[in-house]
Design a protein around this ligand. Structure first.
Ligand code: ADP
Ligand code: MG
Length: 381
């Protein structure tokens, strides 16, 4: 566990970047620090690995004050990932990743072997290792940055806006992969972002900071959405927070309608027989591919003829995804699939809304949440 105790950082020019910050980042979990630009996120993060020294207060990792540990030794036990992966351009990917194991005294061969293992772990197998950073996309470079931080298998990872510089689609993929990876590796992670959606998606708990380096509120995402402590947090977590809270509400059994379907490659006759005069859902091997309007069924069904705008929701996924599937579908019928992507049926927006009214919103008990001002301490003296 990482613990901030009344940490203050005043820079030489007198500005207070971090003001009396106290919170805990539990072992094996992702704690996200989120807030507007200049609110002291990076400063807070860099005080954990002593790239910046606090003016007062303490930071403890597993009850050990970081000030009492040699800075170089401390940093070897802490992975650090930054926005532009910070790779050495003239070194191959494998050697970038092998840097820390080498520093830790591993042989060159062992360090490279380890580097290839972690590259595979972050989705860059095989010959990616032998390329130079400039031969990779932005998203791939960020994966190398994550691999490099993981190479020494540190218990703690600090991540400063690691996915902010890539486009939204790639960012979404990186976030998904990162969550999958974390389920395997279970590191203690402090993750900094200015993007509230990213914070809510990734954080086991989210600490909202305000300019001046003060902690506004720290809680689980669903709790922040349901119980923002003041107007600043309410504004910051966003106007559509009622809708976004649905991201955390599991779908109950939705009333699924059986949907007429046709397979890719079907003839005009087959498709016309299948449709009941409304948009027709097209499958490939049981998996929904897209919709086609009856008027457009003038040739055997091909992928290029389909409207693919609608999203697809998993039956055991969050209600937000089911509602989105219904609202984004050209037929207004939301496609629901099982874990293998096989069609289960369709659902309409009003049915999802009724289901939402039935759902018990996730409730968090007050005592589970450390109020912003409180320093939680494991033992009472
Ligand atoms: P964030 O990461 O949330 O954008 P930072 O921690 O980088 O915020 O900065 C917090 C505040 O401290 C800002 O007002 C910034 O201008 C100031 N600051 C950051 N680094 C320095 C520095 N080296 N010297 C003086 N002021 C700094
Ligand atoms: Mg920053």
């Amino acid at each position: 566990m990482i613990r901030f105790e009344q940490v203050v950082k005043q820079y030489a020019d007198g500005a207070t970047a971090v003001d009396n910050l106290s919170f805990e980042a539990p072992t094996g979990q992702i704690t996200v620090l989120v807030g507007p630009s200049g609110c002291g996120k990076t400063t807070s993060l860099r005080m954990i690995n002593r790239m910046i020294e606090p003016t007062s207060g303490q930071i403890l990792i597993d009850d050990e004050d970081v000030q009492s540990v040699n800075a170089a030794k401390l940093r070897r036990g802490i992975g650090y990932v930054i926005q532009h992966a910070g790779l050495f351009p003239h070194r191959k990917v494998v050697d970038n990743v092998a840097t820390v194991p080498l520093l830790l005294g591993e042989s060159k061969a062992a360090a490279r072997k380890r580097a290839r293992e972690v590259l595979e772990l972050v989705g860059l197998p095989g010959d990616f290792a032998d390329r130079y950073p400039s031969q990779l996309s932005g998203g791939q470079q960020q994966r190398v940055g994550v691999a490099r931080a993981l190479a020494a298998d540190p218990p703690v990872m600090l991540m400063d806006e690691p996915f902010s510089a890539v486009d939204p689609v790639v960012r979404d993929q990186l976030q998904d992969e990162f969550l999958r990876l974390q389920r395997e590796i279970g590191k203690t992670i402090v993750f900094v972002t200015h993007d509230i959606d990213e914070a809510m998606k990734l954080g086991d708990q989210v600490a909202v900071m305000r300019v001046g380096g003060k902690l506004a509120q720290i809680a689980e995402p669903s709790y922040l959405l349901a119980h923002p402590i003041d107007d600043f947090v309410a504004d910051f977590v966003g106007r559509d927070r009622g809708y976004r809270a649905l991201a955390f509400a599991q779908a109950p059994d939705l009333p699924l309608a059986k949907e007429p379907t046709v397979d890719l490659g079907a003839s005009v006759d087959e498709a016309r027989r299948a449709t009941d005069g409304r948009w027709l859902l097209v499958l490939d091997d049981g998996r929904p591919q897209g919709w086609i309007e009856p008027e457009r069924i003038t040739a055997p069904i091909e992928a290029s003829m389909l409207h693919r705008g609608g999203t697809v929701a998993a039956a055991d996924g969050p209600l937000r995804a089911a509602l989105d599937a219904a609202l984004s579908s050209p037929s207004r019928r939301g496609v629901i699939v099982d874990a293998d992507g096989q069609l289960l049926g369709t659902v309409r927006a009003h049915q999802v809304l009724s289901a939402i009214e039935e759902v018990d919103r996730p409730e968090v008990h007050e005592e589970d949440i450390a109020p912003a001002s409180q320093t939680v301490s494991g033992e009472t003296p």
